[in-house]
Unconditional design. Structure first.
Length: 265
């Protein structure tokens, strides 16, 4: 609130808070001119400010809490782009699997679709991070937090074939470029975008993150639960996972008919 020449908590009044929130919202609207905080970021700021002023008021440092009657803003509904089944088949068919780079790229997209890992996590996978017996991969998420991500028998087959093609190299990184160096994030992003153009995919961005969204969508639509999805994706809260459920959990009636405790008596 320093923009309003207010530097002491004692001087903050409700109007200062309202102006600060409006300023953040204006930054979001004026995209391309400095920071553009999302609705979730603005609400996180509001909660932090409120917690501080609740404490200041409770401790008796201020007589009136400037956050009385002020809630969070209504967040815009996010549009999540995902691949259709036809688009998935098209982009997975694009690489020439008779070549090293083609089979590598095919395996990369298979891994993204089967595990939902972030692109940075995928680029960081090392040979010894794969537990073949348990069929899970150790990845390092945001803040270098470790988690185990399961993978299917179908992906296991693709990975083993890729490793035969890859051969024994000096680097431990699973995915490598034609110079036998680690395949970097930017290179993977550009490669997937190129395959999207080759497959003539329209209406959706062909990116590693679209594979992550698609994994989440299919996981929910195939009957997966929010808590296990949260663990697989590495989210610290259920907020984003609930969004997936609300958007893609359309088969609730069918699930109820399948698992109804009354029908099973």
């Amino acid at each position: 609130m320093s923009e309003q020449n207010v530097t002491r908590p004692l001087d903050v009044v409700k109007n200062h808070v309202l102006i600060a929130i409006e300023t953040k919202q204006a930054q979001k609207i004026a995209r391309g001119r400095g920071p553009t905080p999302s609705d979730a970021t603005i609400n996180k700021l509001i909660r932090g400010w409120r917690a501080f002023f609740n404490w200041v008021h409770t401790e008796g440092y201020v007589d009136t809490n400037p956050f009385n009657g002020i809630g969070t803003i209504k967040a815009e509904k996010r549009i999540i782009e995902t691949f259709s089944d036809a688009q998935l088949k098209a982009i997975l068919a694009a690489p020439n699997r008779s070549t090293f780079t083609g089979y590598r790229d095919y395996t990369i997209m298979m891994t993204l679709l089967d595990t939902g890992v972030r692109i940075s996590e995928l680029a960081g996978i090392r040979m010894f991070d794969i537990d073949w017996k348990a069929r899970h991969i150790l990845v390092y998420g945001k803040g270098r937090k470790e988690r185990l991500v399961p993978f299917s028998r179908t992906l296991e087959k693709a990975l083993r074939t890729y490793l035969e093609v890859r051969g024994v190299l000096e680097t431990d990184n699973l995915f490598v470029n034609i110079d036998n160096n680690p395949f970097k994030v930017r290179g993977i992003q550009e490669t997937i975008a190129d395959y999207g153009k080759e497959a003539r995919i329209k209406g959706v961005r062909c990116s590693p993150h679209t594979f992550r969204h698609t994994f989440a969508k299919l996981y929910i639509m195939n009957g997966g639960d929010a808590f296990s999805l949260q663990k697989i994706l590495g989210h610290t809260s259920l907020e984003i996972v609930r969004m997936y459920v609300n958007l893609f959990g359309t088969d609730v009636n069918a699930q109820h008919a399948k698992f109804s405790p009354l029908d099973r008596l």
